[in-house]
Every structure is written in C-alpha cells, then in structure tokens.
Design a protein around this ligand. Sequence first.
Ligand code: MD3
Ligand code: FE
Length: 224
Amino acid sequence: MDDLFPETREQLVLSPGAVLLGGFARAEAQVLLQAVESISQKAPFRHYRTAGGGVMAAGMTACGPYGWVSDGQGYRYMQTDPLTGQPWPAMPALFADMAGRAARAAGYEGFVPQCGLVNRYAVGAGMGLHQDRDERTMQAPVVSVSLGLSALFLWGGALRGSPCRKVPLHHGDVVVWGGPSRCHFHGVAPIRAAPAVAGLDCRYNLTFRVVDRPFSGTGLHYPD
Ligand code: MD3
Ligand code: FE
C-alpha cells in the first residue's frame, strides 16, 4: 500500500466502509484549488435555503453533469445551475482522476463521479447533522476532500440519535464513504478561527458522488 499510494499519511477505517486517507490530496491541493476558483467563476458560490426556511452556512457550487441544489421546495440534483440557467461547469479531469484514485486506495474500483459538489466554510460556518439520501443509488461510495482550515467532522450512526464521534479533517485529507457508512448521519462543527492554511482563511470540501447510475464498480457496497 505504501508503495502504491505514497501520498497517504495514514489509512484509518472510521467505521465499516468509511476510510480516511490522511493527506492523500495534499500534493495536488494547489491545482485542485485553482480548479475550484475556475468553477466558481462560472458557477458562483451561493447559500441555499433549506426546506425548513433557514439558510445554509456553507457556500456551495458544483461541477459535472449534476449539481445539488436546495431552494425551500426541497433538496435535489439538477443538470443546470438555477443561478445561471447554464449546465454546471465540466468536471475537471483532475477531480475525477483524484476521486477515482482515492476510491481505489480505499478498495473501490471503477468509481466515476457524476457530481463534484464544492462546499465553502468561512470561520464560524458548519453543517448540521444529516444523511445524504438524494442520490438515486446508495451503492457507490462518496469521496470527500478537505482543503484549507481544519474541521471537526461529526460522524454519527444509522440513527439521528446515535452517538457522534469527532474526527478532525485537515488540509489534503480524503475520506471514502461506502458500504454501511454511506447512509450514516454526519455533520461539520463550526469552523474555528486559525492561521491560514495553504493561503486559505476558509475551508473547502469537495464531495464526489454518483447520482443516477447503478454502481458497476467493485468494493464494499450494497448489492443491486
Ligand atoms: C458520509 N459535507 O456535502 S464531507 C455534504 O465537510 C457534506 O462539507 C461535509 O456532508 C463537508 O453532504 C462532510 C464528508 C461526507 C460527505 C458525504 C457523505 C461524509 C459522508 C455521505 C455519506 C456518508
Ligand atoms: Fe453530507
């Protein structure tokens, strides 16, 4: 493993199917951030309204065939950006490539994302406990990449009331969430003020998702 993936600081199984690849994206962070900048020029960060009437603390945009949106009518994936009426910016090859390599390092072959969701957290912003269930298939894993300021990730269980573990996620960390962990509750504690990391005074999280395709890859996942 060390020979194949020298970029991984440590591999930690958080729970069955959830694998933390410490520092996996660190060496690529600057090009990933340049791609985020280019995406946000075409599809600007915005703060979606929640179904409950609130506003999300994290700014969001997306790339690839699908973007995730919320507007008070509910949460869903759309093939066009409601802000511009245009298709979402194309998924940069380095995004899809990195997500595929991370999934492979965690034991999944054939991960090809259809959505690259980009979340931006200013200091003080967090994300409440939730499940990701808007994808038509829960078979494929989700790959997430943390950039910039560190976060305390809240890792719950299958039920909202399950106890939460606090997992620090740092610049360059990648987590692959698959199998039974795919439907666990999770959230992000408000980002704490800290010296800039890689020139960033905020945190970005990229999440890569399969939205409406059956997952034909291999690895720990729910059967058809
Ligand atoms: C576990 N984002 O966008 S990434 C989200 O840091 C989201 O921006 C957080 O939760 C963030 O939905 C957490 C980690 C993550 C993402 C998706 C998951 C964990 C997951 C889907 C299923 C299980
Ligand atoms: Fe989520």
